[in-house]
Write a protein that binds this ligand. Structure first.
Ligand SMILES: Cc1cc2nc3c(=O)[nH]c(=O)nc-3n(C[C@H](O)[C@H](O)[C@H](O)COP(=O)(O)O)c2cc1C
Ligand code: SF4
Length: 417
């Protein structure tokens, strides 16, 4: 069931050895790219129908074309390795096990779009990943895969490493830009989008780690062949971070279109300690909780979007029946209350109110009026918050009101106003 396209070297090669990477086909795609016309590279990526793997699932070629069209002396490529979403650890897995793939993907995109400088923005808590990246950048420069005149061509491109300071919202593209610029990590109002006015006011392309490592694979196999893997509108493979009460936790690479049930029961080996599955959270803390009867849903961005949220980063968190729904939701909401940057009212004030309301359900002191309040507040936050944090953080509540409504009603004191 696994299809190892971008994780084939993981656990097989020594990630610190550039020779191992080269011996297993590494940097062949970059060499090929340097002999192609820039537009041909963009067309291959367009043919592949690759969509971003950082959560929003936006068409990568559209963003790349946007950057390629921009003129000016300075254009940036940024690799988003912030991975602050609880339950996600696939970017760390890629960095720690096959880091040169990221450099190769960034260099190919930089060449195709005429970008001259790159940044990798990595989560500050990822100590080992940071060390691996530092070493990888040195090795790549030493072997002329980065720096001036890459592989003796007239193309020059280098990458700097920046680490975050533990803020979840810095994974959001404008907050990330502000953070690299040395400011507090807060979003900006869009448009303009980063591809026209981004880092230091210059055109900038921001892509997730997993998106970038797909680029060498696409150039190697060809965009059309790549587009045949997975689903028609959701092509290629997806790394899944599988965790929670499941036997075999870990990162798995599957083609899009496999059911959640198969991932949990075939790859994950089922629920640990012979417990019963209660629910599954998709995508991470910002994703929906779904009940057991929905596990046959296929992993595909369009299905996930039915939950009024973009939850495609690929986490599957399994929860057995020992856990209380409201306890988990309170943890989720408290996490976002802490991570809110405070710039907009729906998110800054909304999380504090959600905590109060959830506590009432936990204490069994909620009324039907509280049920209406929690529902309308979650929806208002989803629709009016300035950035994706406040827009997606109420997803857990919105989804449980849909699929576990009885549990809310059971906790309501119907005689209280
Ligand atoms: C609050 C918030 C946190 C985010 N965190 C990450 C992250 O850690 N990594 C990531 O790649 N994208 C993250 N994103 C999505 C990015 O804003 C952006 O869409 C993504 O990096 C684009 O890359 P892609 O097109 O390759 O997915 C986050 C978005 C929001 C709103
Ligand atoms: S939604 Fe939250 S994190 Fe985003 S800008 Fe508003 S306050 Fe900041």
């Amino acid at each position: 069931m696994e299809r190892k396209l971008i994780s084939a070297r993981c656990g097989v090669i020594n990630p610190l050895s550039i020779d191992d990477y080269i011996k297993t086909g590494g940097y062949v795609a970059l060499r090929k790219a340097l002999r192609m016309e820039r537009i041909e590279i963009l067309e291959e990526i367009s043919d592949s129908k690759l969509r971003g793997r950082g959560g929003a699932g936006f068409l990568t070629s559209t963003k790349m074309m946007g950057l390629a069209k921009e003129s000016g002396p300075m254009k940036y490529i940024v690799c988003n390795a912030d991975e602050g979403e609880p339950g996600n650890f696939k970017d760390r897995f890629l960095i720690e096990n096959d880091p040169h793939q990221i450099i190769e993907g960034m260099a190919i995109i930089a060449f195709a779009t005429r970008a001259n400088h790159g940044y990798i923005y990595v989560r500050g808590e990822y100590d080992h990943a940071i060390e691996v990246l530092q070493w990888t950048l040195l090795e790549a420069r030493k072997h002329k895969f980065l720096g001036n005149n890459i592989m003796d061509s007239d193309f020059s491109f280098d990458i700097e490493l920046r680490s975050g300071a533990g803020s979840y919202v810095c994974g959001e593209e404008f907050a990330l830009i502000e953070s690299i610029e040395g400011k507090p990590g807060r979003t900006r109002v869009k448009p303009p989008f980063p591809t026209s006015i981004g880092l230091f006011g210059k055109p900038t392309l921001i892509q997730n780690v997993e998106t970038l490592v797909n680029i060498p694979a696409i150039l190697t196999m060809g965009g059309k062949a790549y587009s045949k893997i997975g689903m028609p509108n959701c092509t290629g493979t997806k790394l899944i971070s599988l965790s929670g009460n499941v036997k075999n936790k870990g990162v798995y690479e599957i083609p899009f279109g496999i059911s959640i049930r198969k991932v949990i029961f075939e790859l994950g080996g089922g629920i640990e300690n012979n417990k019963k599955l209660k629910m599954v959270q998709l995508g991470g803390a910002c994703g929906p909780f779904i009940p057991e009867y929905m596990l046959d849903m296929l992993i595909d961005y369009e299905r996930f979007e039915e939950f009024e949220s973009k939850t495609g980063a690929g986490a599957i968190i399994v929860v057995d029946d020992r856990f209380d729904l409201f306890d988990l939701m309170l943890r989720v909401v408290r996490f976002f209350e802490h991570e809110s940057c405070g710039k907009c009212t729906p998110c800054r004030e909304g999380h504090a109110q959600l905590v109060i309301l959830l506590q009432k359900f936990i204490d069994k002191k909620a009324s039907m009026k509280d049920l209406i309040s929690i529902e309308s507040l979650a929806r208002v936050m989803h629709q009016t918050a300035l950035c994706g944090l406040g827009q997606s953080s109420p997803t857990a509540i919105i989804s449980t009101l849909r699929y576990f409504r009885d549990e809310y009603i059971d906790r309501c004191d119907i005689w209280t106003n």
